[in-house]
Design a protein around this ligand. Structure first.
Ligand SMILES: [Zn+2]
Length: 96
């Protein structure tokens, strides 16, 4: 999947159409694996006795592709989802 590196789109701060630079949004989970609750839950799962808390959540196959749009005039950034739930990787291309 391809997406241009620069787009002209609406900026909510300037309240008009301006040029935006496009970047891929950073991936990665925000789960804190060393948070107290997570450590406690892990300890409970050890040994016999099966699962203690929480049901198994079915995993979705793909995640929505996100881009970050940065306004050229006010430098404000906002996100946009391009094509929801696809396994295709997003590529940024310079428009000819
Ligand atoms: Zn702006």
């Amino acid at each position: 999947m391809e997406h241009p590196k620069e787009v002209r789109t609406y900026c909510p701060k300037c309240k008009k159409y301006t040029k935006h630079k496009v970047k891929l949004a950073a991936k990665g989970s925000r789960d804190r694996t060393l948070a107290k609750g997570n450590r406690k839950h892990k300890r409970k799962l050890e040994g016999y006795g099966g699962k203690r808390r929480g049901k198994k959540v079915p995993r979705k196959q793909a995640k929505p592709q996100k881009i970050v749009l940065a306004c050229d005039e006010c430098k404000k950034k906002h996100e946009r989802i391009v094509g929801s739930r696809t396994k295709k990787k997003l590529e940024l291309i310079a428009k000819t």
